[in-house]
Design a protein around this ligand. Structure first.
Ligand SMILES: C[S@@+](CC[C@H](N)C(=O)[O-])C[C@H]1O[C@@H](n2cnc3c(N)ncnc32)[C@H](O)[C@@H]1O
Length: 198
């Protein structure tokens, strides 16, 4: 029996994220989450947006943990994780009208982040939305001292990690027919950026 993993940050940020994505996903039916991690976000968000289906995904190493949460607390509209490494070919032909991802862009290498935008564009239907939560830089600058410290801490663990520039993400998006449609300031110097495929 697998112990359910616990990511306490999901409990701190989930209410503020829900406030934004509940509106953004009001007209959406099928959401793909990239980098579901523990699976706690999926269960919380899907249980409060009963009109949609939430497809979890992550690297294979995280699937047992996500499945353990689902075995215990699936609200009924969360699907078992797809194996999805953004740097590998996509293993589904399914289309989604929304993609959500939290705290992934600063963990993936910049090359992987570019791949993520390519994958997002491939999965989304026309008019579909991509909501990406996390810390971002703006105009090449950290938006707070705490983000600067966090970036240094990430890079000390792995030089490929780090807080990304929003303008660089916009460039990856534009190259894949995704256009920024929104930007929300979130607690603790985070943001949610929204891109729409057209
Ligand atoms: C900091 S965790 C965030 C997890 C969860 N979204 C959350 O907010 O708690 C980063 C996640 O990105 C995933 N990840 C890292 N590299 C990835 C890749 N190349 N493709 C897909 N997911 C990746 C990790 O497995 C992990 O689940």
């Amino acid at each position: 029996m697998v112990t359910k993993p616990d990511a306490p940050a999901t409990e701190r940020n989930r209410n503020a994220i829900l406030e934004v994505i509940r509106d953004e996903f009001q007209d959406c039916r099928a959401v793909l989450e990239i980098g579901s991690g523990s699976g706690q976000h999926a269960i919380f968000f899907a249980s409060r947006m009963s009109w949609l289906t939430w497809q979890t995904s992550d690297l294979a190493a995280n699937h047992d943990g996500i499945n353990a949460w689902l075995a215990d607390a699936n609200p009924g509209n969360v699907q078992a994780p797809l194996e999805l490494d953004v740097e590998e070919p996509l293993q589904t032909n399914d289309k989604f009208d929304a993609v959500f991802s939290a705290n992934t862009a600063h963990i993936m290498s910049i090359a992987a982040v570019e791949c993520m935008f390519r994958i997002v564009a491939r999965c989304l239907t026309d008019g579909g939305k991509f909501c990406l939560y996390g810390p971002f830089n703006q105009n090449g600058e950290f938006t707070s001292d705490s983000n600067r410290d966090f970036d240094a801490n990430l890079k000390s663990q792995n030089p490929a990690m780090g807080i990304r520039d929003l303008e660089v993400l916009d460039g990856f998006a534009e190259a894949n027919d995704l256009h920024r449609a929104g930007l929300y300031a979130m607690p603790a110097n985070n943001m949610i950026a929204v891109w729409i495929k057209s």
